[in-house]
Design a protein around this ligand. Structure first.
Ligand code: SF4
Ligand code: SF4
Length: 94
């Protein structure tokens, strides 16, 4: 599932550098997640890195972009293959 940031976002900028896919950016009013790039960190991390760091827990599953674990893995591999995402996973090191 791609995630979405709700309007409870306080624009703290903590999540943006944590995203391995560069999916998070500052929008007009709050931070936004590009559903094309968000893989819920599948293939890279055990948990969604943005959710881990958000101080107000305003990052949730986007009901309009639900994807299975397999779909997310495939999406991640395609993004890497297209050169849009770098495989920076600690899991990939071994
Ligand atoms: Fe980026 Fe992962 Fe958050 Fe998606 S879940 S926006 S890939 S940090
Ligand atoms: Fe907004 Fe949470 Fe990201 Fe901070 S960490 S910018 S509150 S979504």
């Amino acid at each position: 599932m791609a995630l979405i940031i709700t309007d409870e976002c306080i624009n703290c900028d903590v999540c943006e550098p944590e995203c391995p896919n560069g999916a998070i950016s500052q929008g007009d009013e709050i931070y936004v997640i590009d559903p094309e790039l968000c893989t819920e960190c599948v293939g890279q991390y055990e948990t969604s890195q943005c959710v881990e760091v958000c101080p107000v827990d305003c990052i949730i599953v986007d009901p309009d972009h639900t994807e299975s674990e397999e779909e997310l893995q495939g999406k991640y591999e395609k993004l890497v293959g297209d050169g849009r995402v770098s495989p920076v996973s600690p899991e990939a090191d071994g």
